[in-house]
Design a protein around this ligand. Structure first.
Ligand SMILES: Cc1cc2nc3c(=O)[nH]c(=O)nc-3n(C[C@H](O)[C@H](O)[C@H](O)COP(=O)(O)OP(=O)(O)OC[C@H]3O[C@@H](n4cnc5c(N)ncnc54)[C@H](O)[C@@H]3O)c2cc1C
Length: 811
């Protein structure tokens, strides 16, 4: 066994094998895989191993496309072909028009990734799958490349090819310890000896936390028991004369594919069970959980009704095995939060279909620092301090019970709520607030007219539309108040802090005490990494001269990693997170200044405290830091308050606001207003796939600056014309907003992709932002939007159509 390697991948299921193979494809051959037993002896060996192209966003679709392409190549290997069925196709069934709307959206989104799905009616579903009845069925989504693969052969094919490229694989080699040296490299202790390495990858499936514990990490991954059975041959299949397509059923919660002359049916029962919560037997190897078909009888009844032929089929064998889940159902693939040179590829619940793609994107991140797609939807850092196994198990149960029922826009499911709250959460609840969840935080979405107000789940504008319109109207004409909790905030201080910040941002950042600036951080490829405000605070009894770095609520771990990664050893810079200690009360509207003036002694006049100012002060008796910044496009103040004083500050502002008829508003109103102003949202409009010029942020880049992260790469990029341009669009319909990922079409070809969309209540327009081919970015250009199955015309309009001269913010 080697004693040193560049990378050690721990775990020989599909996740580890794919990572190893792709590391060699990216050019690294000094890589090893260690597996405690045999390859595939965890979950992989007994997987139903279905491989679909369906995904909830373009990154997922793209990585699944990679899996399919790779698996096809492996199946066509002249020397070692593997078994892969991919011509049968598959149908996701639907019994409601809202599910069909969703399928139309996913088809529109997939089209932008060169994937052709088809929405078909019930009769056509039956024509393609003659075993099913059309009872209570209105149609489905057809994935032409749906199929299944032999998991054992797949993993062996990947490791064979990795070995040919120089990688080594050590089976029956359990990892028993991990130690990080001072220089950031690792010692991997195994039962067969130690291996020193630069980078480790945890790919340990349901044992993820045994290995996580060896490096002091607790991964938010939990396992569920999951069962399928295989039937004897079914005569109706033979009679059909062709293989049956796959089925996935959100009506009765099962999936089904052909296996030999019979069917394989897997169940997502309501009465489901977590697994391994109190530890896992070390001898659970190539093993299964006890069968328990009793548990799935409810689901089975639904399957019988859909496929009557099933009722006469004998059961050949039953499989019940552990399957891993995360808090949002997507795996954790990328950097391990807070750890150097450590990555994971864990929480895979559809690892056979996705594994090829996940290993591909992970290997790119390890070797190059970034992947070809924005991988935020997979990034382990998208969950922060609230994420643990207990919470994950609750979300896993909820997810399992809803396996094929995708989330609708604005749908907030009830499990594991109230993870992060402030003293105001119950106060807002009493005011009838509807809450959305952002990185675990309960954030006010809008104020409901009554406690039992529940808008329908739909891709169309819902019943909260007029409520949001009124909240916007009040902010536009008077003054509104909302709580923005969980906003990410770091305090950065030290003698080198300003130089450090200058190096991190691609534009000029003011260091004038009392001033605030907005800027962008790029990655090493000159692409958008983050967006943050820098507020310069004076030395005072609250602390030394320091900067507050404010960024998106979910970015806490991501941004902290990025900043710390770029600190030089000899730089005197301290970075402290205040994210969980402070909350913002946001006052917005033309009367915001009057409200603020009546509850704080300072001079808040335009002259004394112009736009982009920051000041330490008191709101009543509550210490606060106020910034004159605005995401809404109206005169606005962010009042940052320590959580211990939050309720007092809120009462003070509320009382002051009474005289002005101040009303509460929520994040949906904010979203609508920021779209009207052309302010972009991180990870919707701001992605690592685009540079700041493509993203319309030219004024935030200063190429004359001595240096900044990503400068050389950006300078090289701009020698070529931009690949895409971000534009603002007017959507010519009133029933639904454009959704992120939807395709813009011309002459049957995709010419752009929506990043975000919403109704602009002040400009009375259906607005969207989209990356389009540069020749489509001229004002007035018309295109067609594939919106929920209809072709709707859109037109390029000026970026941020509301108050383009900023007269309201500056008032
Ligand atoms: C019944 C069932 C049906 C499924 N059907 C499908 C399907 O149709 N399509 C699909 O895409 N997915 C399906 N899945 C899910 C899929 O099988 C998993 O997502 C996938 O197999 C997970 O692979 P993995 O590599 O992450 O984990 P595993 O296969 O569990 O591999 C982890 C490996 O790490 C090793 N390991 C653990 N600890 C150590 C250590 N200390 N040292 C060294 N090695 C260690 C283990 O021995 C194991 O081999 C199904 C799952 C189940 C249970």
């Amino acid at each position: 066994m080697k004693t040193r390697a560049k990378v050690v991948v721990i775990g020989g299921g599909i996740a580890g094998c794919s990572t190893l193979y792709h590391l060699t494809q990216e050019g690294w051959s000094d890589v090893v895989l260690v597996e405690r037993n045999d390859l595939t002896s965890g979950t992989t060996w007994h997987s139903a191993a279905q491989v679909t192209n369906f995904g909830m966003n373009q990154t997922m679709v793209g990585l699944k496309t990679h899996s399919i392409k790779l698996y096809k190549e492996l199946s066509e290997d002249p020397d070692h072909p593997i078994n892969y069925n991919y011509g049968d196709g598959g149908i996701r069934l639907a019994s409601t028009k809202e599910q069909i709307q969703g399928y139309h959206h996913f088809a529109s989104m997939a089209r932008g990734m060169d994937v052709d799905f088809e929405v078909i009616d019930a009769k056509e579903c039956q024509r393609r799958h003659p075993l099913i009845s059309t009872k209570n069925l209105i149609g489905g989504l057809w994935d032409p490349l749906d199929g299944d693969i032999d998991p054992y052969q797949l993993c062996h094919a990947l490791t064979r090819k990795a070995r040919q490229a120089g990688a080594e694989v050590y089976t029956n080699t359990p990892v028993t310890g991990l130690k990080q040296y001072k220089d950031g490299t690792w010692k991997v202790t195994t039962e067969n000896g130690d291996i020193d390495c630069d980078i480790i990858v945890n790919a340990c499936g349901y044992r993820v936390n045994e290995v996580g514990a060896m490096m002091g990490v607790h991964h938010p991954v939990a396992s569920m028991e999951h069962q399928y059975f295989l039937t004897e041959d079914i005569p109706e299949i033979a009679e059909a004369g062709h293989r049956m397509p796959l089925l996935r059923c959100p009506i009765s919660d099962y999936y089904c594919r052909q296996d030999k002359g019979g069917l394989l049916i897997g169940f997502y029962e309501q009465n489901c069970k977590t697994w391994g919560m109190d530890g896992i037997d070390p001898n659970f190897v190539n093993a299964l959980c006890p069968d328990d078909l009793e548990r799935v009888t409810d689901v089975l009844d639904g399957a019988f009704e859909r496929m009557p032929a099933l009722m006469n089929a004998g059961i050949r064998s039953i499989i019940n095995g552990p399957i891993t889940y995360t808090i949002d159902g997507a795996p954790l693939v990328g950097k391990i939060p807070g750890k150097e040179n450590a990555f994971c590829i864990i929480g895979l619940r559809a690892g056979l279909g996705e594994g090829g793609g996940h290993g591909w994107l992970l290997a790119q991140q390890i070797v190059h620092g970034e992947a070809c797609y924005d991988t935020w939807c997979l990034d382990p850092r998208r969950f922060t301090t609230h994420a643990n196994v207990e919470m994950t198990s609750l979300k896993a149960i909820e997810d399992y019970q809803n396996e094929f029922r995708f989330h609708f826009p604005h749908e907030h499911r009830p499990a594991a709520r109230n993870a992060k709250t402030t003293p105001l959460t119950p106060v807002m609840a009493k005011e009838n607030a509807e809450f959305t969840v952002i990185n675990g935080w309960e954030r006010v979405e809008y104020i409901k007219p009554s406690e039992d107000f529940h808008p329908s789940l739909s891709f169309h504008f819902d019943e909260a539309f007029d409520i949001v319109a009124n909240e916007v109207k009040n902010v536009q004409n008077n003054v509104g108040l909302t709580e923005v909790n969980g906003f990410n905030r770091f305090e950065i201080s030290g003698s080198d802090a300003e130089n450090f910040i200058d190096r991190m941002f691609c534009g000029n950042i003011t260091h004038k005490i009392g001033r605030v600036g907005l800027g962008y951080l790029l990655n090493d490829f000159g692409m958008i990494k983050s967006e943050a405000t820098i507020s310069n605070l004076p030395s005072s009894d609250r602390g030394p001269k320091r900067m507050w770095y404010g960024s998106a609520a979910a970015s806490e771990f991501h941004d902290m990693d990025w900043l710390k990664q770029h600190l030089k050893a000899d730089e005197e810079v301290e970075i402290k997170s205040l994210t969980n200690d402070q909350t913002i009360l946001l006052l917005a509207g033309p009367n915001a200044r009057e409200v603020l003036s009546s509850c704080s002694r300072e001079d808040w006049s335009k002259e004394a405290f112009p736009w982009l100012s920051v000041r330490e002060c008191f709101i009543g008796f509550s210490p606060a830091t106020v910034m004159s910044v605005s995401f809404s496009g109206e005169l606005a103040y962010e009042v940052h308050v320590p959580n211990s004083f939050l309720y007092a500050a809120y009462q003070t502002i509320s009382n002051a606001g009474k005289g002005f008829g101040m009303k509460l508003f929520g994040s949906r109103a904010v979203e609508s207003m920021r779209m009207e102003k052309g302010f972009l949202a991180w990870k919707s409009d701001l992605l690592t796939e685009f540079d700041p010029f493509e993203s319309g942020l030219d004024r935030f880049v200063n190429l004359k600056k001595d240096n900044f992260i990503g400068k050389d790469a950006l300078q090289n990029r701009i020698k070529n014309s931009p690949k895409q341009k971000l534009v603002c669009l007017k959507v010519s319909c009133k029933h639904a907003p454009a959704y992120g990922g939807a395709s813009l079409m011309e002459d049957g070809k995709v010419v752009g992709t929506i990043t975000s969309g919403d109704w602009g209540h002040r400009v009375n327009l259906n607005l969207a932002y989209a990356f389009v081919n540069p020749e489509k970015s001229e004002l007035g250009t018309q295109m067609l939007l594939d919106l929920l199955g209809e072709m709707i015309s859109v037109e390029v309009i000026p970026f941020g159509p509301y108050d383009s001269n900023f007269s309201r913010i500056l008032s």
